[in-house]
Write a protein that binds this ligand. Structure first.
Ligand SMILES: [Zn+2]
Length: 160
């Protein structure tokens, strides 16, 4: 199932976006009577209440000053110089106003499929960005990495 990432941005704070409750992966309708899997993330702003004499317990709540993000990063050294650090990322949730976000799925199986989909997209970004980086840096780090992996497999096979 193709999903547009990020799944939430701006004022959209729940996924899927439809008014009726549905699974974020398979699209099946979700009723109020069935169990669900929710991926809930974000942050709350700390407020301190005071009655003028003493401080009351802190309250944590949403705030228009907060933005929720969920990104998966890939970091690696420059393939030529080995000093500069490069990073590529996949954005799953971006700048959700208020700082809170919630994605709903009908089952752990659908949640897992969604997470696998995100990791697949993440790998696509890494492959694409590394190729672009190597073209720019006139190197072949991606190929070297594959050769290194083959040598590692070969070494393991020799040990057996
Ligand atoms: Zn589902």
């Amino acid at each position: 199932m193709p999903i547009e990432l990020p799944i939430m941005k701006g004022r959209s704070r729940s996924y899927p976006k439809s008014k009726k409750s549905a699974c974020g992966w398979c699209g099946e309708a979700i009723t109020h009577h069935q169990p669900i899997a929710e991926s809930f993330c974000g942050a709350l702003l700390r407020y301190t209440q005071s009655d003028g004499k003493k401080r009351r317990d802190d309250i944590f709540a949403e705030s228009a000053d907060m933005r929720a993000i969920w990104r998966i990063f890939w970091l690696e050294r420059d393939p030529v110089t080995k000093d500069t650090l490069f990073g590529f990322y996949l954005s799953i949730i971006e700048d959700v106003i208020g700082g809170q976000s919630c994605a709903t799925f009908c089952s752990p199986k659908c949640l897992r499929s969604f997470l696998n989909y995100c990791v697949d997209k993440f790998e696509e970004i890494i492959t694409k960005e590394r190729k672009a980086l190597c073209r720019k840096r006139k190197c072949d780090a991606a190929k070297r990495t594959k050769e290194g992996a083959k040598k590692e497999v070969s070494r393991k096979q020799n040990r057996l």
